[in-house]
Design a protein around this ligand. Structure first.
Ligand code: UP6
Length: 250
């Protein structure tokens, strides 16, 4: 993030590998991270993984497969390591719902830790009526604190720093907060998604990384120049909000 002066993550939710790779190559210079949903790609194969890894090296970004694991430890370990996608082989980061309890972290870390991978827990969601609130969110943070070797942060709508801690505690968490539901032009979609601006997310809510999908490639996945321009726009908005937060804290 420091090296590229970018706290922008682009979520590339398209179904054709040609569009997927073209978008990533276009936004690559502006992002710290690329977020994928490989299970929506219709012509997925292992060569796509190789090309994604090549782009990650070319443009210096981290790969995050947004798999949202949510099953028992044994099953998630198999889903993470095996099947068609073999996510653990190529994705630097993945994520999980805390709903099954700490065993989901043990299951995933049995595969990911030896490979140097990291996990994000979904302690909140961006959608209208989300159930990940209150004590659910607090327990998610507690689970993360108990597994600092593998859990590196959260998918959440605000910083989780200090949540559930005693008032006078001196411990600092230093987890990352990556935040989806970010848009500069729309307030939401027709399926419950809710958007806030980079300023609201980074400056007012203390998050670290903005995750933007359709705000960047939404008009037409073929319009590479437009996609590049939007990526630059979101990168600048995200970084400016971060700089403002840092100087406000100094
Ligand atoms: N995502 C959310 N909200 C969450 C968690 N994850 O939107 O709470 C993911 C979606 C999608 C991306 O699965 O890939 O972030 C948001 O895309 P969008 O910017 O096009 O709405």
């Amino acid at each position: 993030m420091e090296r590229k002066k970018s706290n922008l993550a682009v979520s590339v939710d398209v179904t054709k590998s040609k569009d997927f790779l073209a978008i990533i190559d276009a936004v690559g210079p502006f992002v710290c991270l690329v977020k994928t949903h490989v299970d929506i790609i219709e012509d997925f194969d292992q060569s796509l993984v190789q090309q994604l890894q090549d782009l990650s090296i070319k443009h210096d970004f981290v790969i995050f497969e947004d798999r949202k694991f949510a099953d028992i430890g044994n099953t998630v370990a198999l889903q993470y390591s095996s099947g068609v996608h073999k996510i653990a082989n190529w994705s630097h980061i993945t994520n999980a719902h805390p709903v099954p309890g700490p065993s989901i972290i043990s299951g995933l870390s049995s595969v990911g830790l030896p490979l140097g991978r990291g996990l994000l827990l979904l302690s909140e969601m961006s959608t209208k009526g989300a159930l990940a609130v209150g004590s659910y969110t607090q327990e998610a943070v507690r689970m993360a604190r108990a597994h600092r070797d593998f859990v590196i942060g959260f998918i959440a709508q605000r910083t989780m720093e200090g949540i559930g801690m005693q008032e006078n505690t001196v411990d600092k968490d230093d987890f990352l907060t990556l935040t989806p539901g970010v848009g500069l032009d729309a307030k939401g979609d027709a399926m419950g998604q809710q958007y806030r601006t980079p300023r609201q997310v980074i400056l007012e809510s203390g998050c670290d990384v903005i995750i933007v999908g359709r705000g960047i490639y939404g008009k037409d996945p073929g319009l590479v120049d437009e996609i590049r321009a939007q990526a630059k726009r979101y990168m600048e908005a995200g970084w400016e909000a971060y700089q403002d937060r840092v100087s406000a804290q100094a």
